[in-house]
Design a protein. Structure first.
Length: 184
């Protein structure tokens, strides 16, 4: 009986270590996300699985222009380590509170200090029109808009500009809300 108990203890410890390691890897290194909607077409499809490289998020580093990032759209509130923990897929599996609608998959258009303008269906960064071969179609014409990207924030937009909820509506995204960069 003692031999069986030692075997159970060994397996239990291995399972606990595996669980803790998977949580740590998901919070700090890499995490899967599912694209929800059509805002990144044609680059990414609805329900497509992507993997976010989280090292830059962990180290508070800036993404680069054109990076595809996963952002927490709740820009009106601060993020904490507890958010990263509670939003981990394994924790969500046990809590039953998965809310993927708060996470947006978008492309980085502006970095801190940039001026972003949308006018006549085109995007301008610091007065220069962007060449964007990745967008699905020309943006619908609307009123001209301008944003100054504050220090510590980025400006993101979907590739399907006519069907994307992005920085044009939620504003610039704080760096701590950039959850990760798409693993290409």
């Amino acid at each position: 009986m003692r031999k069986v108990w030692k075997e159970v203890q060994g397996w239990g410890i291995s399972i606990i270590i595996g669980f803790v390691l998977s949580i740590l890897i998901g919070i700090f290194v890499i995490q899967p996300y599912k694209v929800d909607g059509h805002s990144m077409e044609p680059t990414l499809k609805d329900s497509q699985r992507i993997y976010a490289w989280k090292i830059k998020h962990t180290l508070d580093k800036l993404p680069k222009y054109g990076d595809i990032v996963i952002v927490d759209s709740r820009v009106d509130r601060s993020r904490t380590f507890m958010d990263d923990f509670l939003e981990h897929p394994i924790i969500n599996l046990f809590s039953g509170q998965a809310d993927n609608e708060i996470f947006y998959v978008k492309r980085v258009i502006g970095l801190p200090g940039d001026t972003i303008e949308v006018k006549e269906g085109h995007v301008y960064r610091n007065g220069v029109q962007l060449s964007e071969p990745y967008i699905k179609e020309q943006m619908n014409l609307g009123p001209a808009q301008t944003w100054e990207v504050p220090q510590g924030d980025v400006f993101v937009m979907g590739d399907n500009r006519n069907h994307s909820n992005d920085s044009r509506s939620i504003g610039p995204v704080p760096l701590d809300h950039v959850m990760g960069i798409d693993f290409k």
